[in-house]
Design a protein around this ligand. Structure first.
Ligand SMILES: Nc1ncnc2c1ncn2[C@@H]1O[C@H](COP(=O)(O)OP(=O)(O)O)[C@@H](O)[C@H]1O
Ligand SMILES: [Mg+2]
Length: 287
């Protein structure tokens, strides 16, 4: 059995050493997911560090990251496994004259199996973080596929039997909550809601990712981002956009984020015309 993290504090320290600044709730839940060997469901708006947390867990523990990117239309053949039909056909052609039963047994073996992320993660005997990213983008039926993996850490292949995990992966599911996940999936997971960080934490994140940013400017930037997030926008600025904004200010050698500077660089953080117009109006920025 792998011990992922020794304690919540250990999780926080090792995540931070790997570039991820976790708050108390995130550190505790991350520790628990490892200790209880339960999948971790991360829900929250875009750009708050859901995917990054899974990557940071992998870096912090030296585990390999296996990622299943979800999308509409994702199916079993892309998520679990698929038989390599071309190769099977060649084998059938090559074994003309052989009993069909024999051929059948030959072509439904490991050699002809194309493993996809879920099966790959289950079969690895080295430490693995399995990231099932943006699970809310799939159709509900795909959750049925996930259940066997999430609850029993196994996959059943009719022709081969059941493949059980040699070593349980650390499973992270992320969702932007564009739809409700099924109760069955939620029941099997620990749940963590991630939101935009408070100004102190965001400032820390900026300082660690953009070290050349001076602290006073970082303070101005996170305060402005916080104000923008309070407006009713189509798309509020995420942490990724704060980081981009910091890099923009450095590139333009802007040392003071006054209204004029905000106005000039607004396109880095707000990517809808209507959002920009709203910000200009409500914050009374110069055009
Ligand atoms: N707690 C954090 N510590 C350090 N960087 C973070 C943190 N949260 C978010 N980030 C930064 O924000 C970016 C976007 O996060 P990401 O995980 O892609 O968001 P999402 O929630 O949409 O999956 C990351 O690339 C990372 O640079
Ligand atoms: Mg993501």
């Amino acid at each position: 059995m792998t011990t992922w993290f020794a304690s919540p504090a250990d999780a926080a320290t090792r995540l931070e050493a790997n570039g991820y600044l976790a708050d108390a709730a995130s550190a505790t839940t991350t520790f628990l997911a490892g200790a209880l060997e339960k999948p971790l469901l991360l829900e929250g708006p875009a750009g708050v560090g859901k995917t990054e947390l899974a990557k940071a867990v992998a870096r912090a523990t030296g585990a390999e990251l296996v990622r299943l990117q979800c999308y509409e239309g994702l199916d079993e053949a892309r998520a679990l496994y698929e038989w390599n039909y071309k190769k099977q056909l060649l084998r059938i052609q090559a074994s003309q004259g052989q009993e069909w039963d024999q051929t059948h047994d030959d072509i439904f073996t490991d050699e002809f199996l194309l493993t996809r992320p879920l099966l790959t993660a289950i079969r690895r005997d080295e430490p693995t973080v399995l990231l099932i990213d943006e699970v809310d983008k799939t159709d509900v039926e795909v959750e049925g596929l996930l259940l066997e993996v999430l609850s029993d850490f196994q996959v059943t292949i009719p022709e081969l039997g059941t493949v059980a995990a040699v070593r349980r992966p650390f499973v992270v599911l992320t969702s932007n909550a564009s739809r409700e996940l099924s109760e069955a999936v939620k029941r099997r997971c620990l749940y963590l809601h991630l939101d935009y960080p408070d100004v102190a934490r965001e400032r820390q994140i900026l300082r660690s990712q953009v070290p050349e940013l001076d602290d006073a400017l970082a303070g101005q930037l996170v305060a402005m981002v916080a104000r923008l997030r309070e407006l009713e926008l189509k798309k509020a600025p995420s942490i990724a956009e704060s980081v981009d904004w910091a890099r923009t200010l450095i590139a333009l050698e802007i040392r003071d984020l006054d209204d004029d500077a905000v106005s000039r660089t607004l396109g880095v953080v707000l990517k809808h015309v209507s959002d920009q117009e709203r910000a200009v109006k409500e914050l009374r920025l110069p055009r």
